[in-house]
Design a protein around this ligand. Structure first.
Ligand code: F6R
Length: 262
């Protein structure tokens, strides 16, 4: 299907489900509910997961529910969306450290079932190919995504210009992404110029997708993604080519939508 876009033939475009909640906390609650429901429905699910600020509340609630209900995560397999490259092993701003802090230290997902690109691999392209092969062997049931800051509309670290068919690879980060994410680095000057990310093609192959967005600084990107043309100037707009996508937004992130009931 995605080859067709290359050839400019017509494609099936779907209308994503859009849920708008009054507060960011309600976005977290809904996202955690979907995460837990997926694990209950299929304990051996393969999940693609995001990092950074947006999903922190979701992870907190997932961990809380896991403890309260005595859940089992031992059959889950996790593929992270992306990782900075290069960074020192165990660097506090790495997404591997983030996942340890926010989820992995609290739940019983075996280390052998947690995948994240290696931030200190010698060669990022070889590392990307290794990751791609692992993804090929483990079809993903549910992908949870955030959306990039400003006008980037990135998903994973697929910045503007990314192809609909793109696969796991090394990419350079957009200047807006570097500015927004510098806050996570003790020394912002030392922030890497690039990252290893799953491609748009990988994301579109998953069974279902839930994109989370909170706050006013996501409003432009959400409007462009849902109501603008589909194309590589707004990589998140490619999600409209997937039949099972839900956008979970707070009122601030949804405020520029024409169709918004906010
Ligand atoms: C992170 C990722 C990125 C972030 C995006 C938003 O794993 O894939 O696409 O989701 O940069 O970051 P926050 O949530 O900090 O606004």
């Amino acid at each position: 299907m995605f080859e067709k876009l290359k050839q400019n033939e017509s494609l099936t475009v779907y209308k994503p489900e859009v849920l708008i909640f009054p507060t960011p906390q309600e976005v977290d609650m809904y996202a955690a509910k979907i995460f837990i429901a997926q694990v209950k429905l299929k304990p051996n699910s393969v999940l693609t997961l995001p990092t950074s600020s947006t999903p922190e509340g979701m992870y907190r609630l997932v961990v809380q529910t896991y403890k309260e209900l005595g859940l089992e995560f031992s059959q889950l397999t996790i593929f992270n969306l992306d990782e900075y490259w290069p960074l020192a092993p165990n660097h506090e701003a790495s997404y591997a450290s983030y996942m340890e802090r926010n989820l992995f230290q609290y739940v019983n997902i075996p280390p052998s079932q947690r995948y994240i690109p290696n931030c200190y691999a010698d060669d990022p392209q070889i590392e990307a190919e290794r990751y791609e092969e692992l993804l090929r062997q483990n079809p993903v049931d549910l992908a949870i995504l955030g959306i990039g800051p400003g006008t980037t509309c990135h998903i994973g670290f697929n910045e503007r210009g990314s192809s609909v068919n793109s696969r796991t690879r090394y990419v350079l980060l957009d200047e807006q992404t570097r500015k927004a994410n510098a806050r996570f680095f003790p020394n912002p000057e030392a922030m890497p110029l690039g990252a290893i990310t799953q491609g748009i093609g990988n994301i579109l192959e998953t069974g279902s997708i839930m994109l989370l967005a909170k706050g006013e600084n996501k409003a432009w990107g959400i409007q462009r993604t849902l109501e603008g043309p589909i194309g590589n100037e707004a990589p998140a707009s490619y999600l409209r080519l997937h039949p099972h996508v839900t956008f979970v937004l707070d009122q601030q992130a949804a405020k520029l939508l024409n169709t918004s009931a906010a």
